[in-house]
Design a protein around this ligand. Structure first.
Ligand SMILES: Cc1cc2nc3c(=O)[nH]c(=O)nc-3n(C[C@H](O)[C@H](O)[C@H](O)COP(=O)(O)OP(=O)(O)OC[C@H]3O[C@@H](n4cnc5c(N)ncnc54)[C@H](O)[C@@H]3O)c2cc1C
Length: 181
């Protein structure tokens, strides 16, 4: 036997590693086990033994969703960047909503758990205005349907970009009366 494995509650592994409390040998990486894929790190205990700490996503306390609550480091890192690149706050998770109900469910769940929620579109703002640390970022970019271009309004989903809106309007020979530079 070269190590023992302890299943622990889901943790913010990068924050745990950054804290410097543990002597981390490897990770976090995805490893398969009896309960499916989990996030795992190897640490060295004070006696020099190697101990694996592993968490499983199904142990997370979260509401049922049509979309997904993503916790992988790369996705969370992307949500910690904005146009200014001055403030960098890594969220605990990123919601890719599958429905409007998902957004409501996560806002309710976060409120009950004392967590923060921030919506993100294209993250073109600065100073971390669309970032949260202790909570969830809602990535609206997947909800970008242009529903209707009318004579006096254009109805779009919350993640639609100006580029898409303009392209849709131009197809009808129109432009929005105001555009960002
Ligand atoms: C170089 C540059 C030029 C710019 N020029 C202009 C300009 O000409 N005119 C102009 O108006 N602005 C301009 N801006 C500002 C920029 O356009 C806005 O910050 C940007 O459009 C916001 O959209 P976003 O999707 O990037 O929002 P994000 O940066 O993702 O979020 C900005 C804020 O809106 C909130 N938010 C995001 N999505 C939602 C949602 N669906 N529901 C509720 N809240 C939400 C976020 O939580 C955050 O507080 C400029 C910015 C830059 C960097």
């Amino acid at each position: 036997m070269d190590h023992i494995c302890l299943v622990v509650a889901p943790l913010d592994w990068p924050a745990v590693i950054d804290s410097g409390v543990l002597d981390v040998v490897q990770g976090p990486v995805t490893r398969s086990g009896a309960r499916g894929d989990g996030q795992s790190i190897y640490v060295r205990d004070p006696d020099g033994n190697t101990v694996e700490l592993r968490s499983y996503p199904q142990d997370l306390d979260q509401p049922p969703l049509d979309g997904e609550l993503v916790r992988d480091p790369a996705t969370r890192e992307r949500a910690a960047a904005d146009f200014g690149h001055v403030v960098r706050t890594v969220p605990e998770a990123v919601l890719r909503p599958g429905s409007v109900a998902d957004v409501a469910a996560v806002v309710r769940w976060a409120a009950g758990a004392g967590k923060q929620v921030a919506a993100q579109g294209a993250r073109h703002s600065v100073y971390g205005r669309a970032q949260v640390g202790h909570g969830v970022v809602v990535d609206m970019s997947g909800h970008n349907t242009i529903h209707h271009v009318g004579a006096d309004r254009i109805v779009v989903d919350a993640g639609a970009t100006w580029r898409d809106v303009l392209a849709a309007a131009l197809r009808d020979g129109r432009t929005p009366p105001v555009l960002p530079e």
